[in-house]
Design a binder for this molecule. Structure first.
Ligand SMILES: C[S@@+](CC[C@H](N)C(=O)[O-])C[C@H]1O[C@@H](n2cnc3c(N)ncnc32)[C@H](O)[C@@H]1O
Length: 324
Protein backbone atom coordinates (compact mmCIF):
# COMPACT_ATOMS: atom_id res chain seq x y z
CA UNK A 1 0.00 0.00 0.00
CA UNK A 2 1.28 3.50 -0.84
CA UNK A 3 1.89 5.43 2.38
CA UNK A 4 2.96 8.99 3.30
CA UNK A 5 6.56 9.22 4.57
CA UNK A 6 6.79 11.57 7.57
CA UNK A 7 9.43 14.29 7.09
CA UNK A 8 12.28 15.36 9.43
CA UNK A 9 11.28 12.78 12.03
CA UNK A 10 14.59 12.74 13.93
CA UNK A 11 14.71 16.55 14.24
CA UNK A 12 11.06 16.70 15.35
CA UNK A 13 11.61 14.01 18.00
CA UNK A 14 14.74 15.76 19.25
CA UNK A 15 13.05 19.16 19.58
CA UNK A 16 9.78 17.90 21.04
CA UNK A 17 11.80 15.95 23.65
CA UNK A 18 8.84 13.67 24.38
CA UNK A 19 8.36 12.10 27.83
CA UNK A 20 6.47 8.89 28.48
CA UNK A 21 3.57 10.68 30.19
CA UNK A 22 3.18 13.60 27.75
CA UNK A 23 -0.09 14.87 26.31
CA UNK A 24 0.70 15.68 22.70
CA UNK A 25 -1.56 17.23 20.06
CA UNK A 26 -0.75 16.37 16.46
CA UNK A 27 -2.81 19.06 14.70
CA UNK A 28 -2.26 17.55 11.23
CA UNK A 29 -2.47 13.81 11.79
CA UNK A 30 -2.44 12.94 8.07
CA UNK A 31 -1.68 9.25 7.65
CA UNK A 32 -0.26 9.07 11.16
CA UNK A 33 3.42 8.93 10.18
CA UNK A 34 4.68 11.31 12.86
CA UNK A 35 2.10 10.17 15.38
CA UNK A 36 3.28 6.55 15.17
CA UNK A 37 6.73 7.79 16.21
CA UNK A 38 5.20 9.89 19.02
CA UNK A 39 3.29 6.86 20.26
CA UNK A 40 6.54 4.89 20.28
CA UNK A 41 7.71 7.22 23.09
CA UNK A 42 4.48 8.04 24.92
CA UNK A 43 3.78 5.10 27.22
CA UNK A 44 1.19 6.42 29.68
CA UNK A 45 0.26 9.79 28.17
CA UNK A 46 -1.93 10.48 25.18
CA UNK A 47 -1.70 11.67 21.58
CA UNK A 48 -4.62 13.56 20.06
CA UNK A 49 -4.56 13.48 16.27
CA UNK A 50 -6.66 16.08 14.43
CA UNK A 51 -7.40 15.51 10.75
CA UNK A 52 -10.01 17.21 8.60
CA UNK A 53 -10.06 14.62 5.82
CA UNK A 54 -12.16 11.57 6.73
CA UNK A 55 -10.46 9.31 4.14
CA UNK A 56 -6.99 10.21 5.41
CA UNK A 57 -8.08 9.72 9.01
CA UNK A 58 -9.11 6.15 8.14
CA UNK A 59 -5.65 5.50 6.73
CA UNK A 60 -4.09 6.80 9.95
CA UNK A 61 -6.33 4.54 12.04
CA UNK A 62 -5.10 1.50 10.08
CA UNK A 63 -1.48 2.50 10.63
CA UNK A 64 -1.90 3.14 14.35
CA UNK A 65 -4.35 0.41 15.39
CA UNK A 66 -1.92 -1.45 17.67
CA UNK A 67 -1.42 1.62 19.89
CA UNK A 68 -5.05 2.69 19.94
CA UNK A 69 -5.43 2.97 23.72
CA UNK A 70 -3.05 5.97 23.89
CA UNK A 71 -4.39 7.57 20.72
CA UNK A 72 -7.42 9.85 20.40
CA UNK A 73 -8.33 10.55 16.75
CA UNK A 74 -10.45 13.64 16.02
CA UNK A 75 -12.13 14.33 12.69
CA UNK A 76 -11.98 18.11 12.71
CA UNK A 77 -10.15 21.26 11.75
CA UNK A 78 -7.25 22.73 13.71
CA UNK A 79 -9.01 26.08 13.43
CA UNK A 80 -10.95 24.67 16.42
CA UNK A 81 -7.83 23.61 18.29
CA UNK A 82 -8.66 25.29 21.58
CA UNK A 83 -12.21 23.93 21.61
CA UNK A 84 -11.02 20.42 20.77
CA UNK A 85 -8.36 20.57 23.51
CA UNK A 86 -10.86 21.91 26.05
CA UNK A 87 -13.34 19.15 25.30
CA UNK A 88 -10.86 16.26 25.10
CA UNK A 89 -8.00 17.00 27.48
CA UNK A 90 -9.10 19.86 29.72
CA UNK A 91 -7.34 22.57 27.72
CA UNK A 92 -3.61 22.05 28.22
CA UNK A 93 -0.89 20.03 26.53
CA UNK A 94 2.83 19.31 26.83
CA UNK A 95 3.57 19.23 23.11
CA UNK A 96 1.90 20.63 20.00
CA UNK A 97 2.87 19.64 16.48
CA UNK A 98 1.88 20.90 13.01
CA UNK A 99 3.01 19.36 9.69
CA UNK A 100 1.23 21.72 7.32
CA UNK A 101 -0.14 21.20 3.84
CA UNK A 102 -1.41 18.01 2.29
CA UNK A 103 -0.49 14.37 2.34
CA UNK A 104 1.01 12.27 -0.48
CA UNK A 105 -2.33 10.48 -0.52
CA UNK A 106 -3.93 13.70 -1.75
CA UNK A 107 -1.51 14.06 -4.65
CA UNK A 108 -1.32 10.43 -5.68
CA UNK A 109 -4.53 8.63 -4.77
CA UNK A 110 -7.35 10.97 -3.77
CA UNK A 111 -8.56 11.71 -7.33
CA UNK A 112 -9.45 15.24 -6.18
CA UNK A 113 -7.32 17.24 -8.58
CA UNK A 114 -4.43 18.33 -6.35
CA UNK A 115 -1.94 17.45 -9.06
CA UNK A 116 -1.96 17.93 -12.82
CA UNK A 117 0.06 14.76 -13.47
CA UNK A 118 -3.26 12.88 -13.60
CA UNK A 119 -6.39 14.18 -15.30
CA UNK A 120 -8.86 14.54 -12.41
CA UNK A 121 -11.89 16.69 -11.53
CA UNK A 122 -10.93 20.09 -10.08
CA UNK A 123 -12.08 19.55 -6.50
CA UNK A 124 -9.15 20.19 -4.09
CA UNK A 125 -11.28 20.07 -0.91
CA UNK A 126 -9.58 18.38 2.04
CA UNK A 127 -12.84 18.44 3.98
CA UNK A 128 -15.40 16.95 1.61
CA UNK A 129 -18.31 18.39 3.61
CA UNK A 130 -17.35 21.93 2.52
CA UNK A 131 -19.28 23.32 -0.41
CA UNK A 132 -16.74 25.41 -2.34
CA UNK A 133 -14.42 23.43 -4.61
CA UNK A 134 -11.69 24.50 -7.05
CA UNK A 135 -13.91 24.27 -10.13
CA UNK A 136 -16.37 26.74 -8.49
CA UNK A 137 -13.52 29.21 -8.06
CA UNK A 138 -12.23 28.73 -11.61
CA UNK A 139 -15.66 28.87 -13.27
CA UNK A 140 -17.59 31.36 -11.13
CA UNK A 141 -15.23 33.93 -9.62
CA UNK A 142 -14.76 37.25 -11.35
CA UNK A 143 -11.46 37.95 -13.09
CA UNK A 144 -10.12 40.41 -10.49
CA UNK A 145 -10.77 37.99 -7.62
CA UNK A 146 -9.15 35.09 -9.50
CA UNK A 147 -6.05 37.17 -10.19
CA UNK A 148 -5.93 38.23 -6.53
CA UNK A 149 -6.07 34.60 -5.31
CA UNK A 150 -3.38 33.43 -7.76
CA UNK A 151 -1.15 36.34 -6.76
CA UNK A 152 -1.73 36.20 -2.99
CA UNK A 153 -1.50 32.43 -2.50
CA UNK A 154 0.68 31.39 -5.45
CA UNK A 155 2.97 34.45 -5.61
CA UNK A 156 2.56 34.02 -9.37
CA UNK A 157 3.72 37.10 -11.27
CA UNK A 158 1.52 36.24 -14.30
CA UNK A 159 -1.63 36.12 -12.15
CA UNK A 160 -3.47 38.76 -14.22
CA UNK A 161 -2.75 37.03 -17.54
CA UNK A 162 -3.70 33.63 -16.10
CA UNK A 163 -7.00 35.01 -14.80
CA UNK A 164 -7.71 36.63 -18.19
CA UNK A 165 -6.99 33.34 -20.01
CA UNK A 166 -9.25 31.42 -17.62
CA UNK A 167 -12.11 33.88 -18.19
CA UNK A 168 -11.69 33.62 -21.98
CA UNK A 169 -11.59 29.81 -21.99
CA UNK A 170 -14.48 29.30 -19.57
CA UNK A 171 -16.70 31.46 -21.80
CA UNK A 172 -16.30 28.71 -24.43
CA UNK A 173 -16.61 25.74 -22.06
CA UNK A 174 -16.57 25.10 -18.28
CA UNK A 175 -13.10 24.16 -16.98
CA UNK A 176 -13.63 21.02 -14.91
CA UNK A 177 -10.46 18.91 -15.19
CA UNK A 178 -6.87 19.40 -13.99
CA UNK A 179 -5.27 18.93 -17.42
CA UNK A 180 -7.53 21.58 -18.97
CA UNK A 181 -6.58 24.11 -16.31
CA UNK A 182 -2.87 23.22 -16.41
CA UNK A 183 -2.95 23.68 -20.16
CA UNK A 184 -4.64 27.11 -19.96
CA UNK A 185 -2.17 28.32 -17.31
CA UNK A 186 0.78 27.05 -19.35
CA UNK A 187 -0.45 28.97 -22.40
CA UNK A 188 -0.99 32.12 -20.33
CA UNK A 189 2.66 32.28 -19.25
CA UNK A 190 5.08 33.30 -22.04
CA UNK A 191 7.38 30.33 -22.73
CA UNK A 192 10.57 32.22 -21.90
CA UNK A 193 9.22 32.73 -18.34
CA UNK A 194 8.35 29.07 -17.69
CA UNK A 195 10.07 28.05 -14.43
CA UNK A 196 13.01 25.66 -14.81
CA UNK A 197 12.32 23.21 -11.98
CA UNK A 198 8.54 23.15 -11.70
CA UNK A 199 5.56 22.88 -14.04
CA UNK A 200 4.25 26.32 -15.13
CA UNK A 201 0.90 25.59 -13.44
CA UNK A 202 2.37 24.63 -10.03
CA UNK A 203 1.88 28.04 -8.38
CA UNK A 204 -1.67 28.44 -9.68
CA UNK A 205 -2.63 24.98 -8.39
CA UNK A 206 -1.06 25.81 -5.00
CA UNK A 207 -3.01 29.08 -4.86
CA UNK A 208 -6.36 27.41 -5.59
CA UNK A 209 -5.73 24.68 -3.02
CA UNK A 210 -4.78 27.18 -0.32
CA UNK A 211 -7.85 29.31 -1.05
CA UNK A 212 -10.31 26.39 -1.19
CA UNK A 213 -9.06 25.05 2.16
CA UNK A 214 -8.55 28.42 3.94
CA UNK A 215 -5.02 27.24 4.66
CA UNK A 216 -3.36 30.57 5.35
CA UNK A 217 -5.90 32.62 7.23
CA UNK A 218 -6.55 30.00 9.91
CA UNK A 219 -2.88 29.32 10.57
CA UNK A 220 -1.98 32.32 12.72
CA UNK A 221 -4.82 31.81 15.18
CA UNK A 222 -4.16 28.08 15.36
CA UNK A 223 -0.49 28.70 16.19
CA UNK A 224 -1.49 31.19 18.90
CA UNK A 225 -4.03 28.74 20.32
CA UNK A 226 -1.43 25.95 20.25
CA UNK A 227 1.03 28.10 22.18
CA UNK A 228 -1.63 29.17 24.70
CA UNK A 229 -2.47 25.53 25.36
CA UNK A 230 1.09 24.59 26.25
CA UNK A 231 2.08 24.11 29.85
CA UNK A 232 5.21 25.90 31.04
CA UNK A 233 8.18 24.01 29.56
CA UNK A 234 5.95 22.59 26.81
CA UNK A 235 7.12 22.64 23.19
CA UNK A 236 5.73 23.39 19.76
CA UNK A 237 7.19 22.26 16.42
CA UNK A 238 5.85 23.40 13.05
CA UNK A 239 6.83 22.09 9.61
CA UNK A 240 5.82 24.31 6.70
CA UNK A 241 6.24 23.76 2.98
CA UNK A 242 6.08 27.19 1.39
CA UNK A 243 7.14 30.72 2.20
CA UNK A 244 3.63 32.02 2.96
CA UNK A 245 3.27 29.50 5.79
CA UNK A 246 6.82 29.89 7.06
CA UNK A 247 6.45 33.68 7.21
CA UNK A 248 3.42 33.31 9.50
CA UNK A 249 5.17 30.80 11.78
CA UNK A 250 8.23 33.05 11.98
CA UNK A 251 6.25 36.18 12.78
CA UNK A 252 4.05 34.55 15.47
CA UNK A 253 7.13 33.00 17.12
CA UNK A 254 8.98 36.30 16.94
CA UNK A 255 6.11 38.30 18.43
CA UNK A 256 5.43 35.88 21.27
CA UNK A 257 9.11 35.58 22.18
CA UNK A 258 9.49 39.36 22.38
CA UNK A 259 7.37 40.20 25.42
CA UNK A 260 7.04 43.89 26.30
CA UNK A 261 6.06 46.07 23.33
CA UNK A 262 6.33 49.45 25.10
CA UNK A 263 8.41 52.14 23.35
CA UNK A 264 12.06 51.92 24.53
CA UNK A 265 11.89 55.37 26.20
CA UNK A 266 9.08 54.32 28.59
CA UNK A 267 10.56 54.19 32.13
CA UNK A 268 8.34 51.24 33.11
CA UNK A 269 6.40 48.63 31.18
CA UNK A 270 2.73 49.55 30.73
CA UNK A 271 1.73 46.88 28.18
CA UNK A 272 2.24 44.02 30.65
CA UNK A 273 3.14 41.58 27.83
CA UNK A 274 5.44 38.73 28.86
CA UNK A 275 7.61 36.55 26.69
CA UNK A 276 5.45 33.46 26.23
CA UNK A 277 8.00 31.38 24.33
CA UNK A 278 11.68 31.06 23.56
CA UNK A 279 12.40 30.20 19.95
CA UNK A 280 14.72 27.18 19.72
CA UNK A 281 15.44 27.49 16.00
CA UNK A 282 16.86 30.90 15.09
CA UNK A 283 16.69 29.82 11.46
CA UNK A 284 14.36 27.10 10.22
CA UNK A 285 15.86 23.62 10.00
CA UNK A 286 15.68 21.82 6.66
CA UNK A 287 15.95 18.13 5.71
CA UNK A 288 19.44 16.80 4.98
CA UNK A 289 20.47 15.59 1.52
CA UNK A 290 19.97 11.93 2.41
CA UNK A 291 16.35 12.54 3.37
CA UNK A 292 15.71 14.56 0.21
CA UNK A 293 17.17 11.69 -1.86
CA UNK A 294 14.91 9.12 -0.21
CA UNK A 295 11.87 11.42 -0.04
CA UNK A 296 12.00 14.23 -2.65
CA UNK A 297 8.68 15.61 -1.31
CA UNK A 298 10.57 16.72 1.81
CA UNK A 299 12.80 19.14 -0.11
CA UNK A 300 10.85 22.31 0.71
CA UNK A 301 10.17 21.47 4.39
CA UNK A 302 11.13 24.01 7.05
CA UNK A 303 10.98 23.22 10.74
CA UNK A 304 10.64 25.83 13.51
CA UNK A 305 10.39 25.01 17.22
CA UNK A 306 9.79 26.92 20.45
CA UNK A 307 9.51 26.24 24.18
CA UNK A 308 6.85 27.81 26.41
CA UNK A 309 8.35 29.91 29.17
CA UNK A 310 5.35 31.78 30.63
CA UNK A 311 1.62 31.19 30.74
CA UNK A 312 -0.47 34.02 29.27
CA UNK A 313 -2.67 35.12 26.42
CA UNK A 314 -1.23 34.74 22.93
CA UNK A 315 -3.48 37.61 21.87
CA UNK A 316 -5.51 35.98 19.14
CA UNK A 317 -5.94 38.04 15.95
CA UNK A 318 -6.55 37.26 12.31
CA UNK A 319 -4.26 37.40 9.26
CA UNK A 320 -4.48 38.09 5.54
CA UNK A 321 -7.59 36.86 3.80
CA UNK A 322 -8.81 36.96 0.23
CA UNK A 323 -12.57 36.73 0.68
CA UNK A 324 -14.90 34.96 -1.73
C1 LIG B 1 1.57 16.94 5.51
S1 LIG B 1 0.17 16.05 5.97
C2 LIG B 1 0.60 15.40 7.53
C3 LIG B 1 1.33 14.11 7.43
C4 LIG B 1 1.57 13.43 8.76
N1 LIG B 1 2.42 14.21 9.63
C5 LIG B 1 2.14 12.04 8.54
O1 LIG B 1 3.33 11.85 8.81
O2 LIG B 1 1.41 11.17 8.07
C6 LIG B 1 -0.95 17.28 6.47
C7 LIG B 1 -2.30 16.73 6.84
O3 LIG B 1 -2.99 17.74 7.58
C8 LIG B 1 -4.33 17.79 7.17
N2 LIG B 1 -4.77 19.16 7.39
C9 LIG B 1 -4.42 20.26 6.68
N3 LIG B 1 -5.02 21.34 7.19
C10 LIG B 1 -5.75 20.93 8.25
C11 LIG B 1 -6.60 21.60 9.18
N4 LIG B 1 -6.80 22.90 9.11
N5 LIG B 1 -7.17 20.87 10.15
C12 LIG B 1 -6.96 19.52 10.24
N6 LIG B 1 -6.20 18.83 9.36
C13 LIG B 1 -5.58 19.52 8.39
C14 LIG B 1 -4.32 17.41 5.71
O4 LIG B 1 -5.56 16.86 5.32
C15 LIG B 1 -3.20 16.38 5.67
O5 LIG B 1 -3.69 15.08 5.81
Amino acid sequence: MFIHKPVMVQQVLEFLDISASDTLIDCTLGEGGHTSHFLGRIKDGIVIGIEQDAEVLQRALKRIKNKAERFMPVLGNFSNLKKIANERIGGSADKVFFDLGISMYHFKLSGRGFSFSQNEPLDMRLDQSKSLCASDVVNKFEERKLAEIIWAYGEERFSNRIAAFIIRERAKKQITMTKELADIVTRAIPKRYWPKNIHPATKTFQALRIFVNDEIEILENALREGIELLRQGGRICVISFHSLEDRIVKSVFRELSRGCTCPPDFPVCVCGKKKLIRTMTKRPLVPDEDEIKINPASRSAKLRCAVKIHKGSANITTTMKVTA
